[in-house]
Every structure is written in C-alpha cells, then in structure tokens.
Write a protein that binds this ligand. Structure first.
Ligand code: 13P
Length: 336
C-alpha cells in the first residue's frame, strides 16, 4: 500500500526521530573526505554511506535519510540496494533534487537555487527508484546590505515551485530556506532576516497551492553570526527561534526539522532540546542534521573497514542524543 503525502510527512517527524542529511554532492563529500585524508572515489563514497546505513538500530532514531542522486542508485556490500536496506530498517529514503545555489543576476554576493528545469520528470524517476521525499536548499546570506528583497523573493518562489512539483509527483517536499550563520551579524539581525524569509516562503507556498500538511520545513535556527562578539546562549536561541516560527509557520505544517548549519554537534542538540523543553509548540520540532550527525562518525571512520564499528557507534550515539532532544529529554551529562 502506498503512503499518502501526509502519512509520509508525519512519519518523517515522528516523536523521538529525525532525519539524517547524507545528500552531500560529490564536491561537498570530497571536502569532508579531505579532512580525513580519504580519496573521493565512487567506491569510497559508497563504502562511507554503506557504513552509515548499516548502523544497527538506525531506524530507532532516524526516520529518513536524504540521499544524493548517485547514492540513491548504489548498493550495500551484500548487493542490497541502499533504498531496500533503508526500507528494511524502517527508514524512509529521500532525495536532494536541487542543482545548487547559483549567482543571482544584479545581486552581488547572492544566489538563487536552480534545478526547476526537468524537475517533474526527475521527480517521477526518483519515485520509481523508491524515494518518498525530496529536499531543496535555498541560501540567504546576511551582510551589511544583504539580503536583498530580490534574493528573498526569488528563493521563496523557487522553493514553492519545487514543493508543488514534488507533491504532484508524490514526494513530500522538505522546504529548506537556510539563513547562513557566517558573518559578524547579531542574533537580533538573524531573527529579523529569518522572520522575513519565512514569511516570504509561506506566502509563496500558498500562491503555488502547496499542501502544508504534506510538507516539512527545514529552517536554520536564530543564532548569533559566527564572528559576532556576543554569542547568545542556548535558552536565548531557543526562545527567539520558536518565537519567530510561531509568527510565520502555520500550525498545519507537518513538522519542522532543523539543519545544523555548522554548529558543533552538542550545541545543535542542546538548542533542539531547549526548544522542545519550552513546550506548547504547534508542530513537532526535530532534526535534519548533516554535519552535526556525521562529524564524529566521519572522524572515527577515516576510510578504514576496521573502524566501522567505532564510526557506527558514534553515529548511533548522536542519533540517540538528538532523538532525546526531539522529545526535550536530553541533558549534556548524557554525552559521556
Ligand atoms: P547541516 O546540518 O550540515 O547544515 O546540513 C543539513 C543540510 O541538509 C544542508 O542542506
């Protein structure tokens, strides 16, 4: 029996579970491999993802995995396709469908995410390959005169067109407008830009007839710029983030799964936990982390089969910590 969009979206944000973003493009995974001196070959990329997806009990805390095109077509060492392997473990396979952030004309320093050309056909192909949901990341940069309203409107429109195309094809769209944490901006400025962005995104989703019940929002948290002198604490991040989400995100949205965006593993977990401890949120709040789930695991792996058990233990640990944070039941003492 095939699941409806609403059923898939709800399963993605089920209590105590969240999403593993393992959809690094070939270039991005190359950067991750450089940091552990592993060559960026197709076999190494396959072996790394095989290690991630064969982690025992992965489905306990991971509801879905976002894959890259190449990975969706690859197989585990025993010839089981990754899609089948994930399904067996109760994990939904998803697919990144955007073609990346490209320079936005007449807006120096800004980008618009491309990939709408041919998207209906690509979505149909991905459904045949077993994908249940998709992801599209828009990037909003904060600077002295940034973002421009041109970039906010262009990115919101592309996100909404993508989401509508996905839903028509039977895929749940993860709608990801990322406000970057790079730069020296204050948390107040991040709050203002994130609120502006989310308002534009939900207006565009409405104009494009996107079903909110069949969508998952993947926002960045409201956080101090990396180089800002005043780094807001965990409670302030949680309060500001939830405050603007309540202003901008309709309660009908199936759930909110945050990106980690370059936060440390433990801070990303602590922030999510603090938001859930606030309680009374109209939507499930969970994780869709890339780096904050994989960093420790990647370091433990270092490209060697002998390190697979240690690497899988590191991934399982972060999955457990974030699963607890999604319930507001995490504490830093559990890290030991
Ligand atoms: P990070 O959690 O590393 O930001 O990655 C999430 C993601 O999917 C970015 O598009």
């Amino acid at each position: 029996m095939s699941l409806s969009l609403v059923e898939i979206a709800r399963a993605m944000v089920a209590p105590g579970r969240g999403i593993l973003a393992a959809d690094e493009s070939t270039g991005t995974i190359g950067k991750r491999f450089d940091s552990i001196n592993v060559e960026n070959t197709e076999e190494n990329r396959r072996a790394y993802r095989d290690m991630l997806f064969t982690t025992k009990g992965i489905g306990d805390t991971i509801s879905g995995v976002i894959l890259y095109d190449e990975t969706l077509r690859q197989k585990s060492a025993d010839s089981t396709s990754f899609v089948e392997l994930l399904n067996k473990n109760g994990v939904l396979p998803g697919i990144k469908v955007d073609a990346g952030a490209k320079p936005l004309p007449f807006c120096p320093g800004e980008t618009v995410t491309e990939g709408l050309d041919n998207l209906p056909k690509r979505c149909a192909d991905y459904v045949k390959l077993g994908a249940k949901f998709a992801k599209w990341r828009a990037v909003i940069d904060i600077g002295a005169d940034l973002p421009s309203s041109t970039s906010i409107v262009a990115n919101a429109h592309a996100l909404a067109r993508y989401a509508a195309i996905c839903q028509e094809a039977g895929l749940v769209p993860i709608v990801e407008p990322e406000v970057l944490m790079d730069g020296d901006h204050t948390i107040e400025r991040c709050e203002q830009v994130t609120e502006w962005t989310l308002n534009a995104v939900f207006e565009a989703l409405y104009m494009n007839r996107v079903s909110l019940e069949g969508s998952v929002l993947k926002p960045s948290m409201v956080i101090s710029g990396k180089k800002c002198a005043r780094q807001a604490g965990v409670d302030e991040v949680a309060e500001r983030t939830v405050r603007i989400l309540k202003r901008t995100v309709p309660a009908a949205v199936a759930g909110i799964a945050f990106l980690s965006g370059g936060q440390s593993d433990e801070l990303a977990t602590a922030h999510l936990d603090a938001m859930n401890k606030l309680g009374n949120n109209p939507w499930p709040l969970t994780f869709s982390y890339g780096r904050a789930l994989q960093q420790a695991c990647l370091k433990a792996w270092r490209g060697s089969a002998a390190n697979v058990p240690a690497a899988q233990a590191a991934l399982a640990h972060r999955g457990r910590m974030n699963g607890l944070a999604a319930l507001g039941k995490y504490s830093a003492s559990m890290e030991k």
